[in-house]
Design a protein around this ligand. Structure first.
Ligand code: XIL
Length: 319
């Protein structure tokens, strides 16, 4: 009963796509998504800049197409994301709003987007990347900066109001280990649960690189959230690597990568409340990694021609 998911490629930072949105057109890609996975996460289609491009104007059709595809294939969906510092539209980031107006904008957005998909999205990443590596609230976050951290509880309450069945998550990167950032989540989650705020889960993204070594205490970290009564999820696994001039990974690199994928999945399998494991892209053909991290790549489980890497087989053997 573990959902095994993938991010559905498309969109991109500030809507610049390094490749055409493959989901509507690439039939081979679509058939692989349908066959290999039981959960889908729109990679960008539910982010503010994509779904709410002008104030009060919603572009729900691309995400709707993904949700319908998931329903047709018996898959669940993870919604990503509602309160974040990144990929917000300019009208929001550069607008001149009072705190009351901003609060109203966030409330309307959450009620509209979560409400539109009510009953059809299993898990929502309500709050994404709200802490720095030191465990402080991020100043870049427009909501926290202008409204204070109390807005986080409101976001969870509004999401719950819009869809009482959805499981509501925190989500971040570099929280695989027990460290200052993951501990900030642990303490905030505990506080919100004590206050009766509808928080259901904690997601560790799992953007790893073979050059850094594996976060060996991942399972122990998930277990402490489990002990709070929260669900856990691994939400965005990819394992990147520095590539040489050929641009192709070596067999040794691929073996290291396979091991890191396997260990993320094994950690989730070992924790009772970890029922959702998602990789951030099916193929190197459509991966954000080389776009964001020059000289790095090959982070997914299939090559550009969709042929399978050792990481693909490692996940299969572990399941
Ligand atoms: C990335 C997408 O993969 C890119 O297409 C986009 O341009 C930028 O965002 N953490 C997250 C994801 O929560 O939303 C990010 O996705 C990767 C890091």
């Amino acid at each position: 009963d573990l959902e095994v998911g993938v991010a559905v490629a498309g969109g991109g930072h500030h809507l610049e796509m390094p490749y055409p949105d493959p989901f509507p057109n690439d039939v081979v890609y679509r058939s692989h998504l349908a066959r290999e996975f039981s959960s889908l996460t729109p990679e960008n289609h539910l982010k503010w800049e994509f779904v709410h491009p002008e104030q009060g104007t919603y572009n729900l059709a691309p995400a709707e197409a993904i949700v319908e595809f998931a329903e047709a294939n018996g898959q669940v969906v993870r919604g990503h994301t509602l309160l974040w510092h990144s990929q917000n539209p300019l009208w929001l980031e550069e607008g001149d709003f009072t705190p009351d107006e901003l609060r109203g904008i966030l409330r309307e957005h959450i009620l509209t987007v979560v409400g539109h998909f009510a009953g059809r999205i299993q898990q929502w990443d309500v709050a994404n990347e709200i802490f720095t590596g030191e465990g402080e609230f991020r100043e870049e976050n427009i909501w926290i900066r202008n409204l204070g951290p109390g807005i986080i509880a409101d976001a969870f309450r509004w999401a719950h109001e819009a869809d009482p069945d959805a499981l509501l998550f925190f989500n971040d990167y570099s929280v695989e280990s027990i460290n200052a950032k993951s501990t900030a989540y642990y303490e905030l989650a505990q506080q919100l649960l004590d206050e009766g705020v509808p928080v259901d889960g904690f997601g560790a993204q799992g953007h790893l690189g073979i050059q850094w070594g594996f976060p060996g205490d991942l399972q122990a970290n998930l277990e402490r959230f489990d002990a709070l009564g929260l669900e856990t999820a691994i939400t965005e696994v990819d394992v990147r690597m520095v590539l040489d001039d050929t641009g192709r990974p070596t067999p040794a690199q691929l073996a290291r990568q396979a091991d890191d994928y396997r260990r993320t999945l094994q950690a989730c399998l070992n924790v009772e409340g970890c029922r959702s494991y998602t990789i951030w892209g099916w193929s190197d053909r459509y991966s954000w990694v080389p776009v964001f991290f020059p000289d790095q790549g090959a982070a997914t489980v299939t090559f550009e021609d969709f042929s399978r890497k050792p990481a693909y087989y490692a996940l299969h053997r572990t399941l």
